[in-house]
Design a protein around this ligand. Structure first.
Ligand SMILES: Cc1ncc(COP(=O)(O)O)c(C=O)c1O
Ligand SMILES: Nc1c(O)cccc1C(=O)C[C@H](N)C(=O)O
Length: 412
């Protein structure tokens, strides 16, 4: 018999019943024919909002189909920075004039990192960790090969992620830029951004964060933390859609001094002046290169407004409850089968996804997808459970983890 002090953990149904964000699940497009039982990959590709379908149709008819090229003058020239400013207000903790929507995250990583490095004469080291997302590491390798730059690698403990101590051990008078992921793409480890940023700045370096796995899931305070540069994906927790253009942030203190490497007419002071030589815009527009992908930046506006309605604190609270639930279920149902939890137990050090390792998870994930249970798999043996706070229920997490268990049992 359970003693009164030994309360059993709440069930998925109880958690869903008291979840005040539960009604927002209906705001998302329902997959057809009950074909998806559990979508646990919102950290890779967020689900579309219903309103986005209507807004895209209205955009095609109105701004594009009716206003035609006049829309550039009326609205679109300012769209990348207007959307960036709104994101700054709602999710980034950034004052206007520092953010814009532009190219892919990879290309923005290149542009901002190169600009940062060029803006640090006498310093030639780029600091990055070996667990960072491949594109971040590859961009750094490419820039180091292109310029006289040295890469300083941090080898973090996969579970604790990159700590302030790790960073403190490698920064110094030659540090130009430190590039880290705020939330690690495998483990979900949430780095101590305020502490690390101030350490790097005290050493004279520039701090650049890849916020791909935190925008829209973890509250950010880029201005207050003193972040220099940041980039991040908008197709994850901002539900911008496949290949949606990325977000870039350049601290206002650097706007006049940094020069990005890919000069194009849309980053010029007067794009329609058709001038003989490149003169960069005085504002954050100088980081834009060519014609901005206006159509592709429409959906993320819808999610930004939904986040504004709900509030980042409520989103974070649900995100923590979801990851706690996922970890408790994984502990109960998967660990006895030989799986290992590969994400931080401390919610203050965790983003909105959790990873579990098992040698059979590659095969397990393929079978799960066939039956409409959709986590993702990252080699060598990590199954990642991404929990998008506004579109995921606690029951969905349970159904997903039970299915993982059943497939694992069938394969062993
Ligand atoms: C941390 C991180 N950075 C960058 C990217 C990729 O950026 P891109 O949109 O250029 O493929 C991803 C995901 O694909 C990511 O997880
Ligand atoms: N960016 C992706 C893509 O273009 C196709 C499929 C998946 C992705 C991803 O988002 C991968 C993801 N950033 C990761 O953390 O592994």
């Amino acid at each position: 018999m359970i003693k009164s002090t030994e309360l059993s953990p709440p069930t998925s149904a109880q958690l869903d019943a008291k979840d005040r964000l539960a009604p927002y699940r209906d705001y998302f497009v329902e997959p057809e024919g009950g074909s998806v039982i559990a979508y646990l990959d919102g950290n890779s590709l967020g689900r579309p909002l219903r309103v986005t379908a209507a807004n895209l149709a209205a955009f095609v008819q109105g701004e594009w189909g009716t206003s035609l090229i006049r829309s550039w003058d009326e609205k679109w020239m300012d769209e990348p920075t207007a959307v960036g400013d709104r994101l700054g207000e709602v999710v980034l903790g950034a004052a206007p004039g520092q953010s814009f929507i532009g190219d892919s995250t990879s290309v923005l990583l290149y542009k901002l990192l190169r600009a940062g490095l060029d803006g640090q004469p006498g310093r030639n080291q780029i600091v990055i960790d070996r667990d960072n997302f491949p594109t971040d590491r590859f961009i750094v390798e490419g820039i180091a090969a292109e310029l006289d730059a040295e890469i300083v690698w941090i080898d973090p403990d996969p579970l604790t992620g990159v700590t302030a101590e790790d960073v403190g051990a490698v920064i110094g008078p030659r540090t130009a830029v430190v590039l880290l992921s705020h939330v690690a793409y495998r483990s979900g480890f949430l780095a101590d951004a305020p502490t690390i940023t101030s350490m790097v700045k005290a050493a004279g370096g520039l701090m650049m964060w890849d916020i791909s796995h935190s925008i829209g899931a973890v509250p950010l305070e880029l201005d207050a933390w003193g972040v220099d540069l940041a980039v991040g994906c908008t197709y994850k927790y901002l539900n911008g859609g496949p290949g949606a253009p990325a977000l870039a942030y350049v601290n206002s203190s650097l706007l006049s001094s940094l020069r990005q490497p890919i000069w194009g007419w849309m980053g010029a002071a007067d794009p329609f002046g058709m001038s003989a030589n490149f003169e960069p815009a005085a504002t954050v527009r100088r980081f834009i290169t060519g014609t901005p992908p206006i159509l592709a930046m429409q959906p993320l506006k819808d999610m930004t407004e939904l986040i504004a309605e709900v509030g980042m604190d409520a989103i974070r609270e649900k995100s923590i409850a979801l990851t706690e639930h996922a970890l408790a279920l994984a502990e109960e149902l998967l660990v006895p089968l030989g799986a290992e939890i590969a994400s931080p137990r401390d919610p203050d050090r965790r983003g909105s996804h959790v990873s579990v390792n098992h040698p059979l998870f590659g095969e397990v994930t393929a079978r799960l997808w066939e039956q409409g249970v959709i986590p993702d798999f990252r080699p060598p043996h990590g199954l990642r459970i991404g929990l998008s706070p506004l579109s995921t229920s606690f029951a969905e997490v349970q159904a997903g983890i039970q299915a993982i268990r059943e497939v694992l049992v069938s394969l062993t």
